[in-house]
Design a protein around this ligand. Sequence first.
Ligand SMILES: Cc1ncc(COP(=O)(O)O)c(C=O)c1O
Length: 426
Amino acid sequence: MQEPTEPEFQPSQRAQQAAGQPIAALMDQALARPDLISLAAGFVDQASLPVEPTRTAVDALMTDHGSALAALQYGPSDGDRQLRTMLCERLEQTDFDGRTKTISPDRMLITPGSNQLLYLIGDTILDPGDIVLCAAPTYFVFLSILKNLGARAIGIDSDGEGMIPDALLAVLRELQNSGEIERVKAIYLTPYFDNPRGVTMPLQRREAIVTIAQEWSRKRPLYVLADNAYRELRYDSDNVPSLLALDHNQHTVVEIGTFSKSFSPGLRVGWGVLPSALLQPVQSQKGNLDFGSPYFSQRIMAKILELELYDRHIATIRECYQTKRNAMCAALEDVFRGASEIRWQRPHGGLYVWIELPEHLSAGPTGRLLKTTLDEGTFYVPGEYCFPSEGTSPRKNTLRLSFGVQPPEQLYRGVAALGRAVDKCL
Ligand SMILES: Cc1ncc(COP(=O)(O)O)c(C=O)c1O
């Protein structure tokens, strides 16, 4: 008898929209060529991962039988109370000088990494065709999330200080004139040492963006999604207050944080402070997804904070990344000395350096430069991945380098390989 043929599977509309993410292509490339010096991945430094602090926290957690049993059980769906309380206290200390008790742990939700929270928020506030205004360039995984949800991402011009408030206003007015303003649900930005440009938004601009969002929130909320993934990776700049601290009525800003870059991505613990109106709907979505993030990881992070091991670790990794940042910048200065048409800005934190090449040189995924760079032994993230499909036109002559993973001497080799590839293509 003939084997019945497998009936053709047609993925859901949503699943089809999830396909073709740049992140998958980049990971495949990295895995296929382990010999390459990757300057692409936004991963953290392997050697400085917090083995000892984590061991201490796990030991403390497991020594007490009651706390061990609790940590191995399901946890509350909105997250561990102690962890939320301590995170809120930290925010109040850094952003509100500890003077006022403004952030209740009830407004905080813990997720397995901040990416899940970005997805959940998108899924909660966006219907297909709804619009998110994103700094251009922006965190490209978030663009994939928006595509997955059938939402539109419109890029807003940004410069060395992040999203430009006047550009944001101009796009809002255009959307009002075209009758689409009702579809605009959020503004997305990474205000600290952003991914991919490495820039930090100064206080005045933060105030301007929050004010604009509040003014355009009269009929329906226009949320500001402030993704602070790199906030703690600060090397030589002042700590600017968060957008949350500037949101006086606390109705507008969604503050999103993670321990992935500042402690361990393997533990997968992220969090968000949400305006009250968003809290219940997002929690309901999360209830259907996983009814609570891995509790063991949360209890470990709570112990880390309780034993005051977190700040000590941050101090160590700041030093480590500062050295790497210096190494990458020194390599760029050396390799591209005299090439005034190649521009980049020294980041004061985070993991990335954004490079602008001459207009006519494409760094795109199908361009000659990427292929030549791979042949030379390194690779990067094509900048065009980081531009939304509407608004600010994609700048194909841009690329993102990361100094998180490679040791300083490899950073130099990687940048030198890029330099040779650029020379060949110019
Ligand atoms: C800007 C930004 N936001 C969010 C994330 C997600 O991180 P996680 O889900 O590990 O917290 C990343 C990861 O690279 C990122 O760069």
